[in-house]
Design a protein around this ligand. Structure first.
Ligand SMILES: [Zn+2]
Length: 267
């Protein structure tokens, strides 16, 4: 099953995972910059992380025949100290010209604080200044609805923003319509715990605007499944979705969104 994994944190995964992804039909992989499971102690820690995302990880993926792309930012969890976050943001521009960088992400909110919101808006401006797509993380569980609303309100202040170039990730039943009604793309994350299961995701895509959404595993260093997207594809098949419908959701949709970045070129 040919598909794209549009959101995976491969720096936390093993080469066995790359092999499994390749065998499952993964045609491209995109890695947003995120939290490492611990707070980095200095901006230099981020410098090395951006090098890992732009130099080392594409080479590791290439050994399994998978093109690897990335998104850059300082994640909301480490953006609470705005001074620290701005020091980190100052080193991002030198990486934005690297050939596999797609845009700014995953930015967003974690605890919905003022500081997080200020840094979020500075990232949006950075993307706007360079005409880059944006990938947005929404908070978990009880903070999700409030965080999603705060993000949408904030984005509404950017009059020049092309909403078709913004994807809001980790949507659930109570946020997917909110996001799509305002012209944004929606991402659904398939997590063994805390986020949606394949059946919940399929229920949602059967009722929302399926032309503007993607599925991802968001696999990282925690409990997660790098094969979640392709497993959802099999579940769609079981639920009598046609091969063309599955291809649209798993391959054509992410390809269409990601192709808005000039660096997203598939071999
Ligand atoms: Zn993520």
């Amino acid at each position: 099953m040919k598909y794209i994994e549009p959101h995976a944190h491969m720096v936390s995964r093993t080469t066995d995972d790359y092999e499994k992804l390749a065998l499952a039909g993964c045609a491209a992989l995109c890695e947003p910059a995120f939290w490492a499971g611990f707070d980095r102690s200095s901006p230099a820690g981020f410098y090395d992380y951006y090098r890992q995302l732009t130099e080392y990880e594409p080479k590791r993926a290439a050994r399994y025949g998978i093109p690897h792309f990335c998104w850059l930012c300082i994640n909301p969890k480490e953006a609470e100290d705005a001074g620290f976050a701005r020091e980190v943001m100052a080193i991002i521009p030198e990486f934005l010209d690297k050939p596999t960088v797609l845009g700014i992400g995953e930015i967003g909110l974690n605890k919905n604080t003022r500081s997080e919101l200020a840094i979020f808006e500075e990232h949006v401006q950075m993307a706007l200044d360079r005409d880059l797509p944006i990938l947005i993380h929404t908070p978990h569980l009880e903070d999700k609805l409030k965080g999603t609303r705060l993000i949408l309100d904030s984005l509404a202040n950017f009059s020049k923003l092309d909403r078709g170039k913004v994807i809001i990730d980790h949507v659930e039943e109570h946020t997917v319509n909110l996001v799509q009604e305002q012209g944004y793309w929606a991402g659904m994350t398939l997590y063994p715990e805390s986020k949606c299961t394949p059946n919940r995701a399929i229920d949602m895509l059967e009722t929302c605007d399926a032309s503007r959404l993607w599925l991802n595993s968001a696999c990282d260093w925690g409990v997660s499944d790098p094969l979640a997207v392709v497993k959802c594809g099999f579940e769609m098949k079981r639920r009598k979705h046609t091969a063309a419908e599955i291809d649209t959701i798993l391959y054509e949709n992410p390809k269409r969104f990601l192709s808005q970045s000039k660096n997203f070129v598939l071999p």
